[in-house]
Design a binder for this molecule. Structure first.
Ligand SMILES: Cc1ncc(COP(=O)(O)O)c(C=O)c1O
Length: 376
């Protein structure tokens, strides 16, 4: 059987990994400033993570959600404490799209409404509602098209206020990334997030903070949205949560009450996934990775600011977008081929840095020196 060919890929096969480095089958060593798309949060094969997964695997990997799974409660407690959302409720699933799918569905159950507001350049996943609120027609199949979703211009407060004035009582939810990832590392402004909060409160709509890529400590705050100083009603999480083990979830504010069977999942919250997620939180706590993400992010940004060839520098913490002018569009490939550094990309010509939260100054300097060398 052939693989279904859905991605243009780099012909490099990674065989092993440690911390922020990976090795291919020919034993070439690469610096990983991409984290497999913001997934590797505590570094590859972190010893505590490996041990916790091994120990859990020997005990039990899975049993259905029809029984007590104490490790889920342990995870919810720890996540509540570290994220500062102790009074929220946790629903566990397996991916970012699934988290957003459940968030949008739950919002609609909550207020009985159908309209959803999303924004230009948003990316929320590839499943039915998640892709319907994603601003990319190429990945929306005819069956996913719906009149329930309106795309408004990102960070446009007037357009948002006008829309609420017209349709306020029909709006179920507003979904927004704190920093757009696939959209090119674009930050939602503080005042825009604050306006979303106040309009959602006024009209009883649900503010959904998609934190799949920008959350889980990546910006130095647990949630990128936190910097606006207001709370969302639902936070969706995945990627960095399991450091590569598939797990996602939504944090749900206390006023949204559950009913049996309104949400559900076979695999979500299984023992092994919870062990992976707990290992990640334990390392985040023990190694103070939120602080490290902020410090290393500041260090990278400060030094990148000195490079005159960069067209625009965007982002916060360890979520950085480096937009290059057209004539330097080849730099991303050169970083990989010549300097052996993995980075992400976004259109147009934006290099995305999404490294593990525990990178040190050594890795930051390695990246900065290699980048500068290519621009000489
Ligand atoms: C902001 C955001 N939301 C949702 C998703 C979808 O996550 P997943 O690929 O785990 O379904 C992504 C993936 O890139 C994302 O960046």
């Amino acid at each position: 059987m052939k693989l279904f060919d859905v991605y243009p890929i780099n012909h490099i096969a990674i065989e092993r990994a440690e911390g922020s480095y990976v090795w291919d089958t020919e034993d070439n060593k690469y610096l990983d400033m991409y984290g497999g798309h913001a997934v590797i949060s505590i570094g590859h094969t972190h010893p505590h993570y490996v041990l916790r997964l091994q120990e859990q695997l020997k005990k039990i990997a899975f049993y259905s959600n029809s029984i007590e799974i104490p490790i889920q409660k342990e995870l919810a407690d720890k996540l509540g404490k570290i994220s500062g959302k102790e009074d929220y409720q946790l629903f566990l699933c397996n991916s970012g799209a699934e988290a957003n799918e459940n968030a949008l569905k739950l919002a609609s159950f909550y207020n009985g409404r159908k309209k959803i507001i999303s924004f230009s350049k948003a990316f929320h996943g590839r499943t039915s509602l998640a892709v319907a609120v994603t601003d990319n027609k190429n990945i929306v199949a005819p069956v996913n098209e719906t009149d329930n979703v309106s795309f408004l211009p990102f960070n446009d407060e007037v357009a948002l206020a006008n829309y609420f004035e017209h349709y306020g009582n029909e709006i179920s939810s507003v979904i927004i990334e704190g920093i757009q990832g696939v959209g090119g590392i674009r930050e939602a402004s503080k005042s825009f997030l604050q306006l979303i909060r106040s309009l959602c409160t006024k009209y009883n709509a649900v503010y959904i903070a998609d934190s799949v890529q920008c959350g889980y400590g990546r910006t130095g705050d647990f949630f990128a949205h936190d910097y606006a100083g207001v709370q969302a009603d639902i936070y969706s999480i995945a990627k960095g949560m399991g450091n590569g083990f598939p797990i996602g979830g939504i944090l749900i504010a206390p006023h949204i009450q559950p009913k049996h069977f309104m949400l559900g999942t076979t695999f979500g919250g299984n023992h092994l996934a919870c062990a992976a997620a707990l290992a990640v939180l334990e390392v985040i706590e023990a190694e103070q990775l939120l602080m490290n993400a902020k410090n290393m992010g500041d260090y990278l940004l400060e030094n990148l600011k000195k490079i005159p060839q960069i067209k625009e520098l965007r982002g916060r913490g360890l979520m950085i977008g480096i937009e290059m002018p057209d004539e330097l569009a080849h730099i991303k490939q050169a970083l990989l081929r010549q300097e052996k550094i993995f980075t992400g990309e976004a259109k147009p010509n934006t290099i995305r840095l999404l490294p593990a939260l525990n990178i040190s100054k050594i890795e930051a300097d390695l990246f900065l020196n290699s980048f500068a060398a290519l621009l000489k």
